[in-house]
Design a binder for this molecule. Structure first.
Ligand SMILES: [Mg+2]
Length: 239
């Protein structure tokens, strides 16, 4: 062993003592070496039909004004803050807040003040207003005696008052797609949504269902597989 002077020996012992807890802590959180990526995995893409808002506009060129519909939550509004709050307050351990009228009273009458409008929603609505289309909102939210959702959408999506159709609260019935009848009744030609149910409702009556991406931090889990129903998916539509 190499001879160390007394101060040097003390210093090295002290350094060893100090580094011991640090090393033990490190060992506990050490991550496995990353598996790494290849250019093939990095470039991997799912074979789905991506479209832009401009391409949708182009596809409608020359067609007369038509009725189009929008889902609301995670399509036009990032409304997870209100749903998150509702779960904390009404059913922290399960999803039963979604069946609680007290939650819907709150959600439909003010909590959308915390919902952020999606940029893609604004762009789509502006495009359809410019075409002179009739715009409808169809939500799976439960109906309440009063609601401020229509007003929130009018303001955040810049919809002229005389072109605003109040929100249709289709509600949620197990084993039933409650939106279908409304898409049919309003004779919609296009329906936009983030959930499989939105796209399936459109496809069921033979109209165009177009998918918007649900934000990755949405409280609504699991995230759906966009494009899996063969539908068009709008690029950059997560916000
Ligand atoms: Mg939705």
């Amino acid at each position: 062993m190499k001879h160390l002077s007394r101060p040097a020996l003390l210093a090295s012992l002290l350094a060893a003592a100090l580094s011991l807890p640090a090393l033990a802590g490190e060992a506990a959180t050490v991550q496995p070496i990353p598996a790494g990526v290849t250019t093939v995995t990095l470039a991997q893409q799912a074979p789905i039909h991506w479209v832009s808002v401009e391409q949708i506009a182009k596809s409608l060129d020359g067609l007369p004004p038509m009725a189009v519909g929008f889902d609301i939550d995670d399509t036009l509004l990032f409304s997870s803050p209100g749903f998150y709050r509702g779960k904390q307050e009404f059913s922290p351990n399960d999803e039963s807040y979604l069946k609680n009228p007290a939650f819907w009273e709150k959600m439909n009458n003010g909590w959308d003040a915390f919902s952020m409008p999606k940029e893609v929603g604004k762009a789509l609505i502006a495009m359809h207003l410019k075409r002179g289309d009739h715009i409808y909102f169809v939500t799976g939210r439960s109906a309440t005696k009063t609601e401020t959702v229509s007003q929130t959408l009018q303001q955040t999506m810049s919809i002229p008052a005389d072109q605003l159709n109040p929100v249709i609260f289709a509600g949620d019935q197990p084993g039933q797609n409650t939106k279908v009848q409304w898409l049919k009744e309003k004779q919609m030609k296009v329906f936009y949504g983030d959930a499989d149910g939105d796209i399936k409702a459109a496809q069921e009556i033979g109209i165009r269902g177009i998918r918007l991406l649900r934000a990755a931090n949405s409280s609504y889990r699991p995230l759906p597989l966009a494009g899996a129903l063969g539908e068009e998916v709008i690029i950059n539509s997560q916000f």
